[in-house]
Design a protein around this ligand. Structure first.
Ligand SMILES: *[C@@H]1O[C@H](CO)[C@@H](O)[C@H](O)[C@H]1NC(C)=O
Ligand SMILES: *[C@@H]1O[C@H](CO)[C@@H](O)[C@H](O)[C@H]1NC(C)=O
Length: 448
């Protein structure tokens, strides 16, 4: 196949960053057969893409490895690994781009990158091509970062911790303490915080900022950010616009277990994502709450964290609970018997919950998760945060009862349903996300 354009895609290989970027590229590539996409990620990416290739036809996507910056035998923390990777960038990416360009004999005509990889702005500028950053979180956290300078100025001036950031459009109910800690660079000068700050400075130079969300969820923020960028394109939820048809891997039998639960919306699904496990005492408190309530639950809990479960818990809850080391989250949330998601509030999880019409109980840990939890509770009113910030037994029982069955929780359950409908409308033929996706296609299809 002869390609007439070559687009470079720069992934951030941590957490759940690279997968949504690849999902975006898959969606773009399906509409642009003449464009070759080179996907740059650290080494595992090649196998990820090529193993998945058997079942779909992404002949125009090719994976290239970039060096992740770690020395041989590295065994440091997640955050150290992020720092080392950022130190190795952008040299590692530049090298890989050259290899890809040489291989197909076409210079890149556009760079799509994880928004964190702000240096892609300079790489694109040097080549005279558009830079299209993909923000993998919500518009609310993007907006908070964009207002970093204003937040820092306001913070310096007064007792601000429990005050709202009323000067940010659409975030007037958010307090300083809800904001991503990376905004407070002076207290937290981590490599990631500096990276995000550089991103904030570069984003206005981008051709389009893209995110996996929909305009109607945050209309005020959307309007504000549209005025700040050349294009601000919400093109999601991608799980609704391009649902996966393949059968999920259900080796742990989650779906067959859910089939046996006869009451609709009765099951509590619990998962804290790929990076985090709650501290042992919180796992114990959550377990005790589940045991006391005797409500059916499906808990995706990493094997090493299982050791912290109270003794006898598995036996005592066998009749109504199931614990697995991995669950096909999307299919679980989409199952009619699931009525609640206990989550760390990473954006992908929140968006999947919304797209499935499932209310949430939030136990956020880092990054944008606290802000997402605040938005869930106070802006969208589709869930609650656990009181005190972590699981205690009685607080958890209270939260579970509130969302699952109380009269007051009814509004929450209705709100999430309404928001789901808005999301569905956004990806319809005339919907806002569909229109934005078309704009994005035009931008990336322009010859250099
Ligand atoms: C990207 O690289 C990371 C780390 O090597 C890996 O965990 C992830 O699966 C890769 N993702 C994709 C979509 O290639
Ligand atoms: C990626 O994997 C494919 C298929 O296994 C292989 O042909 C290709 O050479 C690999 N590329 C890189 C850069 O490792």
């Amino acid at each position: 196949m002869a390609f007439h354009l070559h687009i470079g895609v720069l992934a951030f290989p941590f957490g759940t960053h690279a997968a949504p970027l690849l999902a975006l590229v898959r969606r773009l590539s399906a509409s642009t057969p003449g464009i070759r996409f080179s996907f740059f990620n650290s080494s595992a990416s090649n196998s990820t893409i090529f193993s998945a290739r058997v079942s779909d036809s992404c002949d125009n996507i090719r994976a290239y490895d970039v060096w992740d910056g770690t020395p041989e035998g590295f065994s440091g923390s997640h955050f150290e690994a992020v720092g080392l990777f950022l130190n190795a960038s952008p040299g590692n990416f530049e090298k890989a781009i050259e290899v890809a360009e040489g291989e197909i004999g076409l210079k890149v005509s556009c760079l799509i990158s994880d928004a964190f990889l702000y240096f892609a702005c300079d790489l694109a500028e040097k080549r005279g091509v558009p830079w299209v950053p993909f923000w993998t979180a919500a518009s609310s956290s993007l907006s908070a970062h964009i207002y970093t300078d204003a937040i820092q100025n306001a913070e310096g001036s007064a007792e601000t911790a429990d005050k709202p950031v009323s000067f940010i459009p659409g975030l007037s109910m958010v307090h300083f303490t809800d904001l991503p800690p990376e905004i407070f660079l002076d207290k937290n000068p981590s490599p990631l915080a500096l990276t995000i700050y550089n991103m904030v400075k570069n984003l206005p130079k981008s051709t389009a900022v893209v995110l996996n969300s929909f305009e109607e969820i945050d209309p005020i923020i959307t309007k504000d950010l549209k005025s700040k960028f050349q294009h601000f394109l919400n093109i999601g939820p991608s799980i609704l616009s391009s649902p996966t048809s393949t059968n999920p891997d259900d080796e742990n039998g989650c779906l067959s277990w859910l089939e046996k639960q006869t009451r609709p919306k009765s099951v509590i699904y619990i998962s804290f994502g790929t990076v985090i496990s709650p501290p042992g005492n919180e796992i114990v408190a959550l377990s005790e709450a589940l045991e006391a309530l005797k409500l059916p639950f499906l808990w995706s809990l990493k094997d090493h964290a299982k050791k912290t479960l109270p003794q006898g818990f598995l036996e005592k809850t066998r009749d109504f609970g199931k614990i697995v080391s991995w669950a096909p989250q999307l299919q679980v949330l989409g199952h009619s018997s699931v009525g609640l998601f206990v989550t760390h509030c990473g954006w992908n999880s929140v968006l999947e919950s919304i797209s499935s019409g499932v209310p949430m109980i939030c136990r956020p840990f880092f990054g944008d998760q606290k802000l997402n939890g605040k938005m869930v509770e106070d802006a969208w009113k589709i869930g609650v945060r656990v009181k005190g910030g972590g699981f205690g037994k009685s607080e958890t029982i209270e939260a579970l009862n509130y969302v699952m069955s109380s009269e007051a929780g009814k509004e929450i359950r209705e709100n999430v349903h309404k928001l789901k409908e808005k999301a569905e409308n956004a990806v319809k033929l005339e919907g806002s996300s569909t229109k934005n996706f078309k704009t994005l296609l035009q931008i990336i299809s322009a010859p250099k």
